[in-house]
Write a protein that binds this ligand. Structure first.
Ligand code: ASP
Length: 363
């Protein structure tokens, strides 16, 4: 075990002895950030504490049997994913960049609460990705009797190592959870108690894990032999989300729109993108857009798509320049905005990119 340092963040590296050690053609890097999966019950303290990844073989002895080699980088300060910030996303993107050519695939162990945000963010930060980056976590800690941690982690490792004709089966950022492989920038946490914590209502699973893992190559981003990974390291947090509800007050809407230096707003509307037609509401939005604010219309529904202009209640939004977000999730919308605002210079280019798919995040 050795300690390595990346820009003042401490990591601990552990190499796990598997059957593939030394002879394996596939090598995986696991990045352990925290979350429920890695918790164990501390008998003395009587509460859950993060476990040391060096003990992983005690918890999942099956790892010994794997044909691939396994290296684990563990954040020294393990976090509940409620504490994730864009700085963590940049740290993860940097770790993947620095290790991209040494490993065939990457597995990120992450808390479930903001996993969909992190997977979306990484999809945007890693352009031209040609290797699997698989997020996973668990609803129950690895030490619990009925834990889902074992199954989720094993599925994530198998998927990250899956290859066909010498190429990875998966070339995108994904989430594997409860036997489903979902596109990261399409996924959403939908459940806090049942094992099926994630869903992607607007995009089919990329694979299903039963007695064997069945991939659906038709919906997986194709491997691109001549494209080089490009990693972005900036996110702009001058963004906000405004979720509508009947009775929302003018002062509330104006307070958000008048946040100093606000650059992007995700507007969570009803159904297929509908919003109140009251003049103060439309006018407040219009003033923001005229000042240069990007407003992206995203539905509060889990499934379906925004169709601005379908109803009278969304026509005015199109007319004042609100951008239709089609079937994007809020998690993908807000991280896409942070990414575009930080990395694309021109206002017109940001607006154009918000209205179309850049990583498969919308249809
Ligand atoms: N609060 C935890 C987290 O997101 C929940 C989990 O891991 O499932 O880190």
């Amino acid at each position: 075990m050795k300690r390595i340092f990346y820009k003042n963040v401490h990591y601990k590296t552990v190499t796990i002895a598997t059957r593939g050690e030394g002879v394996s053609r596939t090598s995986l890097l696991v990045i352990y950030t925290g979350g429920t999966l890695g918790m164990v019950f501390d008998e003395k303290e009587r509460h859950l504490v993060p476990f040391d990844f060096e003990q992983i073989l005690e918890k999942i002895p099956e790892l010994n049997e794997f044909e691939f080699s396994l290296t684990v980088i563990s954040f020294n300060q393990l976090i509940d994913s409620a504490n994730v910030t864009p700085a963590h996303w940049v740290a993860l993107a940097t770790l993947i960049e620095e290790n991209y050519h040494r490993f065939d695939g990457f597995v990120i162990i992450h808390g479930t609460d903001t996993m969909a945000h992190s997977a979306s963010a990484l999809s945007f930060l890693l352009e031209n990705l040609n290797k699997p980056v698989i997020f996973t976590g668990a609803q129950l800690p690895i030490g619990a009797v009925r834990t889902d941690a074992r199954e989720n982690l094993i599925s994530a490792l198998e998927i990250a190592s899956a290859r066909k004709d010498g190429r990875p089966m998966v070339t995108e950022v994904c989430i594997v959870f409860n036997n489903k492989l979902l596109r990261g920038c399409r996924a959403k946490k939908v459940e806090s108690a049942q094992f099926a914590a994630f869903d992607s209502a607007n995009y089919p699973p990329l694979a299903e894990c039963g007695t064997r893992i069945v991939f659906n190559p038709l919906v997986i981003k194709p491997y691109q032999p001549f494209s080089d990974l490009r990693v972005y390291k900036k996110m702009d947090t001058r963004v906000a989300i405004l979720r509508l509800f009947p009775g929302i007050d003018e002062n509330t809407v104006r307070a958000i729109l008048q946040i100093p230096d606000l650059q992007g707003l995700v507007l969570e509307t009803y159904g297929s993108g509908n919003a109140p037609t009251r003049s103060w509401f439309i006018q407040a939005l219009q003033e923001g857009i005229e000042r240069g604010l990007h407003v992206l219309n995203v539905s509060q529904c889990i499934g379906g798509t925004v169709l601005q202009g379908r109803y009278e209640t969304s026509k005015a939004l199109s007319q004042i320049g609100v951008i239709g977000g089609a079937d994007i999730t809020t998690e993908a919308a807000i991280t896409k905005m942070m990414y575009l605002l930080a990395n694309v210079e021109s206002h017109a280019e940001v607006a154009k990119a918000l209205g179309k798919s850049i990583r498969g995040e919308m249809t």
